[in-house]
Design a protein around this ligand. Structure first.
Ligand SMILES: [Fe+2]
Length: 369
């Protein structure tokens, strides 16, 4: 949204909402309320949280209005309410949930009409429409979390083709790219939307390294399993001599030529070592990014801990990034088939715990040159 127009914001907000609603269209209320996994929220919580976050920022903070449901917002606070308790909370459900989402949106658009969002606006939340970009990214990122859960819903068939992963063949023996030693600029520039954790842009000194041009394939990962007895990726099941993916309706045979996803950081690290290589650091990944193929099927685990860049300043709230720094999280780069292009910036830093594999994550290998 470089040329920020209110019409473009309204349209992007409505596209994001259309995407959210398309994801849940095949489901009934019971499925929305059901807890499928202690590490994922029931979908009803995600939906209410999307609307509540929107109400908090775009209606209460920007518009100065009162919330529609009083204190309800505290049940949608992601830090206060860990995923394993969300199914028990007195959150909105069914018709009440749907009308809350619609009512908040109506107020959001009403507030939008009266605000100034140009590049010369004093309030950094409104300057260049920052807070609207933030809300769009938030909803689209929750779509990805919802897709993680939707893989656990038996028989779920997405209504849009874009919610089915594309086939992206990669070689079992990847070519490597050499990156020379030197200073590289890392992080998001001052202009344009980015999260606080992507800033400030700064330079880092890198030693020469080699990085695979393509991510690790299913076939290569199967070789690791056969050679070492390593655990299969999440959602894989044995089927005769081969493997099938149980994450979507039907049991889809695993294609050895596609990038592997649903591996944990530990599995990714073990693969890289077994292959005589290592995971790239996030700096190496970003420095080499323009020379990498096969991006966008799965997030790629890096060797890096999720830490603040030098000179980091929390904006607009500490709980987005700062509370996660240095707490055992590993950085993932790139983006997955489930990631909206608006989210998958080259500088975007995703993070998760090293034992997690429900996220759409694979890897590519690197080594010292
Ligand atoms: Fe959220």
């Amino acid at each position: 949204m470089s040329s920020v127009s209110k019409a473009a914001i309204a349209e992007a907000l409505s596209e994001a909402r259309e995407r959210t609603l398309a994801l849940i269209e095949p489901l009934d209320d019971e499925q929305l309320n059901r807890v499928y996994s202690p590490i994922l929220s029931p979908l009803a919580w995600d939906l209410g949280h999307i609307a509540n976050f929107e109400e908090l920022w775009l209606v209460q903070t920007i518009g100065g209005r009162e919330p529609l449901h009083g204190e309800l917002g505290r049940f949608y606070d992601a830090i206060e309410n860990p995923r394993k308790v969300r199914g028990e909370l007195p959150i909105l459900r069914d018709a009440e949930l749907r009308s809350y989402m619609a009512d908040v949106r109506e107020r959001t658009l009403d507030v939008l009409e009266g605000v100034e969002i140009g590049s010369d606006v004093g309030d950094p939340l409104l300057r260049d429409g920052f807070v609207y970009e933030l809300l769009l990214a938030h909803e689209l990122q929750h779509n990805e979390t919802m897709l993680q859960l939707l893989q656990l819903v038996e028989g779920y068939e997405p209504v849009w083709a874009e919610f089915s992963p594309p086939a992206q063949p990669v070689p079992g023996e990847p070519e490597t790219v050499r990156v020379e030693a030197g200073e590289y600029s890392i992080g998001a520039p001052e202009q344009g939307f980015a999260y606080d954790n992507e800033r400030p842009r700064h330079s880092v000194e890198l030693a020469a390294f080699e990085i695979d041009r393509t991510p690790v394939s299913n076939g290569a990962y199967i070789s690791l399993m056969e050679a070492t007895g390593a655990e299969p990726p999440m959602f894989w099941e044995r089927d005769g001599d081969g493997w099938v993916d149980t994450s979507r309706a039907g049991r889809v045979p695993i294609d050895p030529a596609q990038p592997v996803i649903h591996v944990s950081w530990h599995q990714a690290d073990a693969f890289a070592r077994w292959a005589g290589k290592r995971l790239p650091s996030e700096h190496e990944w970003e420095a080499a990014r323009d020379r990498l193929d096969g991006l966008g099927h799965g997030w790629e685990w890096t060797s890096s801990d999720f830490l603040a860049y030098p000179g980091f300043e929390a904006f607009p709230y500490r709980e987005y990034s700062e509370v996660f720094f240095g707490d055992g999280y590993k950085v993932l780069r790139g983006g997955a088939w489930a990631t909206h292009p608006r989210v998958a910036r080259p500088t975007f830093r995703n993070w998760d715990l090293p034992q997690r594999s429900q996220i759409f994550a694979g890897l590519r290998c690197a080594r010292d040159a």
